[in-house]
Design a protein around this ligand. Structure first.
Ligand code: NAP
Ligand code: SF4
Length: 675
C-alpha cells in the first residue's frame, strides 16, 4: 500500500497511458545547446529510470526569430531530428516518455530579429520586437507546425506548446502586448485566435496518437492580464482544437511577484489550476513549488489537478518517483527552490546543475563509482561540504567517520533555516541526517577533532567552515553589538531599531529575520498573497490585487549598511536578488551604501561617507549586528600541516569568499568522487 495513491495512479490518455501523475516540467538547462547529445540523452534517461511518467525538454525554437537567444537549440532540420533521436531512443530504452517543448519567445527573444503581435518592447529585453504582418503570422504558425512534425519524426511522444509565462502566444492574448486591429487583435476571440490556430494546425499535422500539451497562463500576474473567464474560454478552445493535456503556467517573466523562489509557499498556485478543473474534459496539470511526494499527493487528492508538474525537484533527485514508489520518500534529495545552480546558471549563460545534486546535468562527467579499495576516511565538519564529501565517499564504499564539535549536523544550514522564507533548509538538513545514518557514516557529534585522532586515517578531509570576519570597528565590544551567529541562533534578541553591518547574503538574511515576527508568510498562503498583492484572477485581471502589496508592519526598524557605493544586493542570485531587495523594501528596511564605520557607542553606529569621510552621521539604533563576511576556519588544517598529516581542504575552510552551499557541496562531492 503506497502513501501516494493519487500520485502513482496511471493516467490513460486513450492512445497511450502515463504510468503515474508526475510530469517533469520543462527546464532550460543549457544541455541541448552543448550539442553533446550523449550528455543530453543521459540526463533524460536517468530521469526515465527514476520512473517519472513524462518529461518535457527545455524550450526548443521553431525558427531563428522565435528562439530565446542566438545559438539556442532549434528543431528545424533533418540533422536536428537525428540528434534528438539519440535522446528519445535512450529515454524509450529506459522505459520513459518524453515530449519536446516548442518555445517561441516572441518579444522575449533576446536578439534583434524578435517578432511580436505589436511593437511593444519587453521590460526584460533591450530588443524592440518587429510587428508581424499577416504573412509573418502565417510563417510563425507553419514554423511551429513544422517543428512539431520534426519532433514527431525524432521519436518524441509529444510536444508541449509553450503558451504561457509571457512568451509569443501569450503576448497575443492580452491588450498590453497586442494592439492589433486585424483578425489577430481587438476582441478576445481575435486575440486567442493564434494559440488556438497553432494547436489546431499542429494536431492536423501530427495525427491523433501524439501528445499535445498546451501550457496555458492561468494567472498572468501582470497589469491588464487575462481574467479567469478568458482563461476558461481559451482552455475550452484549446481542448476543441485538439490538445491532449493542459499544463499550468504561472506569471509572466516580467511579473514582479515571485512564483517559484524558495520564499513562495509550497503549491502556492494549485488553487488557480483547481478553478479550471471540471471546465475542460482533458487532463489538467498544476505546477510551481511542488517539491515532495506529500505535497503532490495533497494537491491531487484535493482535486486541484489531474497531474503535477515538477521541474527543479527532478534536478535535485532524478529518482524522485522511484523513491516514492519504494516507500523511501525521506531519501529524496529535496529541491530547496534556491535557483542557485539551475536558473541562476541559465541566466548567466552557464549550464544548469543543482545545489543539492551536483551530478544533475553532469551525468556523464561526474561519475561516482565503487572505489575498488576501501579506505578509512575522516571528514571534519558536518556542514554542506563535509556532508557531501562523507556521503559520496561512503557511496563509493569507503569507511567514513564524520566529526563535528556541534551537537547537530548541518553547519551553517542550521542558521539559514531560521530565516523566514528559507524554511526549505529544514528539509535539506533532515535529508542529510537521514542519508548519513542510512548509509552507515560513523557520525561523531560534540567531538573535537585532534591531530592525534586523525593521524591513523587513510584520507583526511577538512571541512571546518568559516569564522566571522572581524570588521575592527571601534566600540564593537559593546553589549549592543552581536554577530549574525548569535542572532540567527537566537542567543541575542536585538531591540526595535537595528543596524546591520554588511549587505551580503547573510546581511540580507539577517535583515529578513529581524523584520519578521510570528509565522512566516511562506508558511501561510493567504498572508503571503496579501503581502505580495496576489488575488483571484476571477476578481481582478491577471490576479493582481488593486491595492498592491500589503505586507505586515515590520517587527523592527532595520538599516542595512555596506561600504560599497553599488546597489544593495547586486551580487545576490541573478533570479532571486530582486525578490530579496523587494521583500526588504516592503518592510521599510533602509539601504545605506558608501559608508565608513567610524565607531559604535551606546547611542548607536557612527558612520561617514566617501573617501574623504564626510558627512558624519549617527544611526541611532538599539543594536548592531555584524554580517561583515567570513574567513576560513583553518586552525585544525594548520595543526595537521605542522604535524605532517596530509589532508584535503574543502568548502569555506578552503576559500571563504563568496562561499555558498552550492560550491561547498560541489567541491565535497567532486573530491570524494576521486578518493
Ligand atoms: P559576503 O557576501 O561576502 O558579504 C559580506 C559583506 O560584508 C559585504 O556586504 C561587504 O560589503 C561587507 N564587508 C566585507 N568586509 C568588511 C569589513 N572589513 N568591514 C565591514 N564590512 C565588510 O558574505 P556573507 O554575507 O557573509 O555571505 C557569505 C556567503 O553566503 C555569500 O557568498 C553569500 O552569497 C552566501 N549566502 C547567500 C545567500 C543567498 O541569498 N543566496 C544567503 C546567505 C548567504 P562592503 O565591503 O561593501 O562593506
Ligand atoms: Fe532546486 Fe536549488 Fe537545485 Fe535549482 S539548484 S534544482 S532550485 S535545489
Amino acid at each position: 500500500m503506497t502513501n501516494y495513491p493519487n500520485m502513482l495512479a496511471p493516467l490513460d490518455l486513450g492512445f497511450t497511458t502515463l504510468k503515474n501523475r508526475v510530469l517533469m516540467g520543462s527546464m532550460h538547462t543549457g544541455l541541448e545547446e552543448t550539442k553533446d547529445w550523449n550528455r543530453v540523452a543521459e540526463f533524460y534517461a536517468e530521469r526515465a529510470r527514476g520512473e517519472v511518467a513524462l518529461m518535457v525538454t527545455g524550450g526548443i525554437g521553431p525558427n531563428l526569430e522565435g528562439s530565446v537567444l542566438p545559438g539556442a537549440a532549434m528543431m528545424t532540420t533533418d540533422k536536428d531530428v537525428e540528434n534528438h533521436a539519440i535522446v528519445t531512443q535512450r529515454v524509450h530504452d529506459n522505459g520513459g516518455k518524453i515530449a519536446m517543448q516548442i518555445l517561441h519567445a516572441g518579444r522575449y527573444a533576446y536578439g534583434p530579429m524578435c517578432v511580436a503581435p505589436s511593437p511593444v518592447k519587453s521590460p526584460i529585453s533591450p530588443f524592440p520586437p518587429a510587428e508581424l504582418d499577416e504573412e509573418g503570422i502565417e510563417k510563425q504558425i507553419s514554423d511551429i507546425v513544422n517543428c512539431a512534425t520534426l519532433a514527431q519524426k525524432a521519436g518524441y511522444d509529444g510536444v508541449e506548446i509553450m503558451g504561457s509565462e509571457g512568451y509569443f502566444l501569450n503576448q497575443f492574448l492580452v491588450i498590453h502586448t497586442n494592439k492589433r486591429e486585424d483578425r489577430w487583435g481587438g476582441s478576445y476571440e481575435n486575440r486567442m485566435r493564434l494559440p488556438v490556430e497553432v494547436v489546431r494546425r499542429v494536431r492536423e499535422a501530427v495525427g491523433t496518437d501524439f501528445i499535445i500539451i498546451y501550457r496555458l497562463s492561468m494567472i498572468d500576474l501582470v497589469p491588464n492580464g487575462s481574467t479567469f473567464d478568458e482563461v476558461v474560454q481559451l482552455a475550452k478552445a484549446i481542448e476543441a482544437a485538439g490538445a491532449t493535456i493542459i499544463n499550468t503556467g504561472i506569471g509572466w517573466h516580467e511579473a514582479r511577484i515571485p512564483t517559484i523562489a524558495t520564499s513562495v509557499p509550497r503549491a502556492a498556485f494549485a488553487w488557480v489550476t483547481k478553478k479550471l478543473m471540471g471546465q475542460v474534459s482533458i487532463p489538467v496539470i498544476t505546477s510551481n513549488r511542488i517539491n515532495t511526494p506529500e505535497v503532490a499527493e495533497e494537491v491531487l487528492s484535493t482535486g486541484c489537478a489531474d497531474m503535477v508538474s515538477m521541474a527543479r525537484p527532478m534536478l535535485a533527485d532524478a529518482h524522485f518517483v522511484a523513491k516514492a514508489m519504494a516507500g523511501k520518500a525521506d531519501h529524496i534529495a529535496p529541491c530547496i527552490a534556491c535557483n542557485q545552480a539551475c536558473l541562476d546558471h541559465t541566466f548567466s549563460g552557464k549550464l544548469s546543475s543543482c545545489l543539492v545534486n551536483p551530478r544533475a546535468c553532469a551525468e556523464t562527467e561526474l561519475v561516482v563509482e565503487p572505489s575498488g579499495v576501501v579506505k578509512s576516511v575522516a571528514v571534519v565538519g558536518a556542514g554542506p561540504a563535509g556532508l557531501a564529501a562523507a556521503m559520496t565517499a561512503r557511496e563509493r564504499g569507503h569507511a567514513v567517520t564524520l566529526i563535528d564539535r556541534a551537537s547537530e549536523i548541518g553547519g551553517q544550514l542550521n542558521m539559514a533555516k531560521q530565516v523566514p522564507g528559507k524554511e526549505e533548509f529544514w528539509g535539506l538538513v533532515d535529508w542529510f541526517r537521514t542519508m548519513v545514518d542510512d548509509m552507515g557514516v560513523d557520525v561523531r557529534l560534540e567531538t573535537e577533532a585532534t591531530v592525534e585522532m586523525l593521524s591513523g586515517f587513510d584520507e583526511v578531509i577538512i571541512a571546518t567552515g568559516v569564522l566571522p570576519r572581524d570588521p575592527e570597528i571601534p566600540g564593537q565590544d559593546g553589549a549592543n553589538v552581536h554577530s549574525y551567529i548569535d542572532v540567527l541562533r537566537k542567543n541575542a534578541v536585538p531591540g526595535k531599531r537595528v543596524a546591520v553591518i554588511g549587505a551580503g547574503g547573510i546581511g540580507f538574511d539577517v535583515s529578513e529575520f529581524l523584520v519578521h515576527e510570528g509565522e512566516s508568510p511562506t508558511e501561510n498562503l493567504p498572508e503571503w498573497m496579501t503581502e505580495w498583492g496576489v488575488t483571484d484572477p476571477a476578481e481582478h485581471r491577471g490576479g493582481l490585487a488593486p491595492e498592491g502589496p500589503q505586507p505586515e508592519a515590520p517587527a523592527r526598524a532595520v538599516t542595512l549598511l555596506q561600504r560599497k557605493a553599488e546597489k544593495h544586493g547586486k551580487r545576490l542570485g541573478k533570479t532571486t536578488g530582486w525578490i530579496h531587495r523587494s521583500a526588504l523594501k516592503m518592510k521599510d528596511v533602509e539601504f545605506v551604501g558608501g559608508v565608513n564605520y567610524e565607531r559604535i557607542d551606546e547611542q548607536g553606529l557612527h558612520v561617514s561617507f566617501g573617501e574623504a569621510r564626510e558627512n558624519p552621521t549617527l544611526i541611532e539604533v538599539d543594536d548592531i549586528v555584524m554580517c561583515a563576511g567570513q574567513i576560513p576556519a583553518r586552525g585544525l588544517a594548520e595543526a595537521l600541516d605542522a604535524a605532517g598529516v596530509s589532508h584535503h581542504i574543502i568548502g569555506g575552510a578552503d576559500v571563504a569568499a563568496e562561499l555558498d552551499a552550492k560550491r561547498a557541496i560541489d567541491q565535497g562531492t567532486r573530491l570524494a568522487a576521486t578518493l
